[in-house]
Design a protein around this ligand. Structure first.
Ligand SMILES: [Zn+2]
Length: 211
């Protein structure tokens, strides 16, 4: 599997590209802005982008969706509970003083526990509400893509529409910290961390995990 990280968009969110080397099929986790580097990398590996999986639908994670779908034909998936954020794309842009953009053309919904196959890559979808209602994490081999649910030494904010701190706490304690193995965690913003490190050191949970 080829694995690349791109940082794009108004709030420098992480986008993660996974390419299955056997079939040259690819998947992108979040699509936050400029899509040029993603297109280049796909070309370089002669790969076709099958799907864009969204960790959630805040504008800084979806702003490149329209463009990338137009250029690659990839299908866009989100948890249904974040559709209200997609529908409110213009409102979200205004809120941050950003110019209007085309709404992400969503093709389908992702549910908790679902497994998505991209060639030989297996992606397990985990619903982790709290930062948004439809927040999702994606587990691929020993990598967890945590969106804005869990960061290096921090957790997602819950003061935006659909945010709920108790839900976030529950998602992290019961759906992320219960995962097996020392996973690498790739979040929506900032550097990589690990499950072990966050269990010990995350100031929101480290000392007294709420199980
Ligand atoms: Zn967010």
């Amino acid at each position: 599997m080829i694995f690349k990280n791109f940082i794009a968009g108004p709030f420098q969110a992480n986008n993660y590209l996974l390419i299955d080397e056997t079939t040259q099929k690819a998947v992108l986790i979040d699509c936050s802005g400029e899509v040029g580097d993603v297109i280049e990398t796909l070309k370089e590996h002669n790969a076709s982008l099958e799907k864009i999986l969204l960790t959630h639908a805040h504008i800084d994670h979806i702003a490149g969706c329209y463009d990338l779908k137009e250029q690659t034909g990839a299908k866009i998936f989100v948890n249904e509970e974040d559709m209200f954020l997609i529908k409110n794309t213009q409102k979200q842009l205004q809120m941050f003083g950003l110019p209007p953009e085309k709404e992400a053309p969503v093709d389908g919904f992702i549910k908790d526990g679902e497994t998505i196959h991209i060639g030989e890559i297996k992606i397990k979808a985990i619903h982790t509400p709290g930062h948004t209602k439809g927040g999702m994490c994606y587990l691929v081999e020993d990598k967890l893509f945590s969106g804005d649910t869990l960061f290096l030494g921090s957790v997602g904010r819950t003061d935006l529409p659909g945010g709920d701190y108790n839900e976030l706490e529950n998602s992290i304690s019961n759906k992320i910290f219960t995962l097996e193995g020392d996973l690498d965690i790739y979040s929506g913003h900032g550097p990589k961390t690990t499950l072990e490190y966050e269990k010990k050191n995350n100031p929101f949970f480290g000392q007294n995990p709420i199980a």
